[in-house]
Design a protein around this ligand. Structure first.
Ligand SMILES: *Cc1c(COP(=O)(O)O)cnc(C)c1O
Length: 432
């Protein structure tokens, strides 16, 4: 575990508070713009954490707010030009009720395994609107996508040849998109997934060489896919990447054997987690998109463009809730010990790709209107010092039985955590 820098220990109040709650709860820093509070109590779907626990019969859980998801997606879509479509990347939150709900608000799903493919199909989303990306697709997965009728996003030359062999065996033409690893990268992304040597996509130069050969293969090329990175809060950087993609397309299109249908522009829109983060400037994105699509070269005007987002659509709508079971003192520090921790929420513990551990926005769910009294350590039940829920965090006075919540937790939570570690049992989920 990395030691937090002193600057991360104290949260300065945000210059532009989003909610009056921030006056008493500066550690919340950013969120609660999509969630409801009633008399100092956080609610998800109109229920307090205790009410949700009663309904679930579980004392720690992820709760997702249906209305918040709807609001977030509608807000984004109101800023998108008509030529830009929206897909949901299921890996961010594959909880079936969430996927089903999001499916009613987006134009398609992106999946990255046979499991996700099955889930997507069972929501009733048409197979033609499901794209299957991800490195290392097995023959069984390629066959599943082909048989289901999904578009396979090809990640390597070898994968293309394996798919061709399977398509020939089945007497079918496979619908494919080529995922391109471009020579540029997404600036300011929290996690870069393109530019340079990467496991994802086919290098731009190899794609140029491959395109003329496709007409001899049992495939129909319908699109390109460029996914450059994740958790980006900078509208300028996102727009710049999309402009670079348009330029690259002008090189690729003349080499395509048939007319393309779509280009998946990736996404990468992030959400604010830490006190220094600011939400993506949607108005700036909207302006940039309007200009980008107004000035679209004639060759690109018949194409559909797709934004594929995971985190941005669902993260703010979810919380992880657990209960205080013990409070102890050690060498002058107060430890608040909860019945849940990093085995349920790895990202919050700082071990999901973060370089420095910083606190997510956290609170006692029923004490939002109470003053902060002391800096405490909030830890989980695992026998490892990695199991930190919040480090040196200012909170109201803690009592055994309090509901502790981690906000901004609707993405990369339950399925992105080592739930079997130490045998404390799996976490419940609910969409309300
Ligand atoms: C992970 C991933 C996404 C979703 O990323 P978010 O940061 O959650 O929006 C989208 N597309 C691809 C190809 C991915 O690998």
């Amino acid at each position: 575990m990395t030691t937090p820098k002193p600057a991360d220990l104290q949260f300065a109040p945000t210059p532009e508070p989003l909610s009056p709650l921030l006056a008493t709860q500066p550690q919340l820093a950013v969120p609660l713009s999509y969630l409801q509070t009633v008399a100092g109590t956080l609610q998800i779907g109109g229920k307090s954490m205790q009410q949700i626990a009663d309904v679930l019969g579980q004392q720690r859980f992820y709760a997702y707010d249906r209305q918040a998801i709807t609001q977030k997606i509608r807000q984004l879509r109101s800023k998108m030009p008509a030529q830009l479509k929206l897909h949901y990347a299921i890996k961010a939150n594959p909880y079936l009720p969430v996927v089903q709900h999001v499916g009613t608000l987006v134009d398609g799903f992106d999946v990255a395994s046979q499991g996700e493919l099955l889930l997507a199909l069972q929501t009733g989303m048409s197979a033609a609107k499901i794209s299957f990306a991800g490195p290392g697709k097995t023959d069984a997965e390629l066959r599943a996508a082909l048989t289901a009728g999904c578009c396979v996003h090809i990640e390597s030359v070898g994968e293309l040849h394996r798919l061709c062999a399977i398509a020939s065996q089945c007497g079918q033409i496979a619908t494919i998109a080529l995922r391109v690893n471009p020579e540029f990268e997404l600036k300011a992304a929290g996690m870069k997934m393109a530019g340079g040597a990467k496991a994802f996509g086919i290098d731009q130069q190899q794609v140029l060489a491959l395109l003329p050969k496709l007409s001899a293969m049992p495939v129909q090329l319908v699109g390109f896919h460029l996914y450059c990175g994740s958790q980006n809060l900078q509208a300028d950087a996102i727009l710049q990447t999309q402009q670079q993609i348009m330029q690259l397309l002008l090189q690729l299109l003349p080499l395509c054997p048939t007319a393309l249908q779509f280009v998946n522009l990736g996404g990468g829109l992030g959400v604010p987690y830490y006190s220094s983060d600011r939400a993506v400037d949607l108005d700036k994105l909207a302006e940039g998109w309007a200009e980008l699509f107004e000035k679209l070269p004639a060759e690109l005007q018949q194409l559909e463009f797709i934004l594929e987002l995971g985190r941005y659509l669902v993260a703010e709508a979810g919380v992880y809730a657990c209960k205080v079971v013990d409070i102890k003192q050690s060498h002058g520090q107060t430890f608040v010990v909860c019945n849940g921790g990093m085995h349920h929420h790895l990202a919050n513990s700082g071990n999901f790709g973060q370089v420095i551990r910083r606190n997510y926005p956290v609170a006692f769910a029923d004490k939002l209107d109470q003053p902060l009294v002391a800096a405490v350590q909030v830890v989980g039940p695992l026998c490892t010092p990695l199991d930190v829920l919040a480090d040196k965090i200012q909170l109201p006075k803690a009592e055994v039985g309090d509901w502790f919540v981690v906000l901004q937790s609707g993405a990369y939570g339950a399925t992105a955590s080592p739930q079997a570690f130490l045998g404390h049992g799996v976490v419940a989920e609910i969409l309300l």
